[in-house]
Design a protein around this ligand. Sequence first.
Ligand SMILES: *Cc1c(COP(=O)(O)O)cnc(C)c1O
Length: 503
Amino acid sequence: MAQSLCFYSNTRLHICIKASSGKEQQLGCFTLTKPIHLKVSSGCRARARASASHGAGSSAIQIPHQWYNLIADLPVKPPPPLHPKTFEPVKPEDLSPLFPDELIKQEASNDQFIDIPEEVLDVYRLWRPTPLIRAKRLEKLLNTPARIYYKYEGVSPAGSHKPNTAVPQVWYNAQEGVKNIVTETGAGQWGSSLAFACSLFGLNCEVWQVRASFDQKPYRKLMMQTWGAKVHPSPSTVTEFGRRILQMDPASPGSLGIAISEAVEVAAMNADTKYCLGSVLNHVLLHQTVIGEECIKQMEAIGETPDVIIGCTGGGSNFAGLSFPFIREKLKGKINPLIRAVEPAACPSLTKGIYAYDYGDTAGMTPLMKMHTLGHDFIPDPIHAGGLRYHGMAPLISHVYELGFMEALSIPQTECFQGAIQFARTEGLIPAPEPTHAIAATIREALHCRETGESKVILMAMCGHGHFDLPAYEKYLQGSMVDLAFAEEKIQASLANIPQIVR
Ligand SMILES: *Cc1c(COP(=O)(O)O)cnc(C)c1O
């Protein structure tokens, strides 16, 4: 015999059902606007007279005051980064030409939680908490019993999740007296986020933008310039490494790996200049956990528990940001969602790369990181999801993948844009090309639920809008978008250049 239970705490009414096994399942949870009188009978006929809101509850919740560090809870710690010349584990002082002390500390931290500085919270408040939205109209279009939710990060000034880390990175640099920040950008999302953050705290910002997107995305460049940044196409003639690449291939479309080498070269040679990275590193993933922490509270507030969590992965930061706090709850045994990363078929580091020590950049100037990699000199085809064109995956995500806490798949871009069009025409938002991968995987899952009749709860990371990516939509709508064949030989060639390190 199952037994129903009602209880309320502060202003929340919880309705639960208790099976004879003793297992309790929450059926609903409502936010109350007034105190209520509860009359509980065996059938759970609580008459809550107060108006109960059953929205996604973003206004009801607070911005988290701490970031979450998954490393603290992992049964096996991730392998350390290695010095690119000595192959010994990097020491904090090896990193100090590039990063401020506080970020170096966070990079190697074993603390479970790290306080978000008040000044950073104050900037987060410009757009956080971000909405958690149920995609009811998409569900209806797909005729699926699944319930689809998306956590939308496109409400930030730059239009993606990237300011979640750009703001603290620039703030810590400013605290330590740094005057100039250099970085690379692929699609332009990271460069614009960093330019925005630098403008808030009064630092100079210089960006190397991958040539292909510098040409394709003039508006991202203009955003960076509007926020006061200086933008170079990469490869550029400004750096030694850029000149070397241009000598070999004057028409080089560039890559994130090349642009990173250029920015790192400039930071390494100038004492008052530091480098910021928009993904991949532990401290970046850490800052992004503000997404998942918020989302846990939002899902609780509406009495939902995700069965599947889906996000796109370039370097892995938006995916980690949403999923890591849920992995913590999974490790505690509280919930058991499947965690699923989606990458482009043209740059499949998790599904087709090898797990090995490799450089983060093309020139081999960064520390060696153990990660899923296609090889540091792999230049992916210029697919539209510029933010997903990176040869490696975050070492921490690679490690979590090896531990078996998550799964991965790759999807070609035409299927992604087909999903994006369905999403835009039902939910209204026009997604950035990157999260179209998460949308396509979500649609696959929802259609699978239609087959099996399961009403799974799918939670998707909608990490940015596509207002500056309309040329990609134009290609798709004209029917001229193609799926670039996965270049097996190209990958084999670049994998052959990975340093041979046995540890
Ligand atoms: C940069 C970017 C990505 C890829 O980076 P991750 O670190 O994998 O999140 C994905 N989506 C958007 C909108 C981006 O700007």
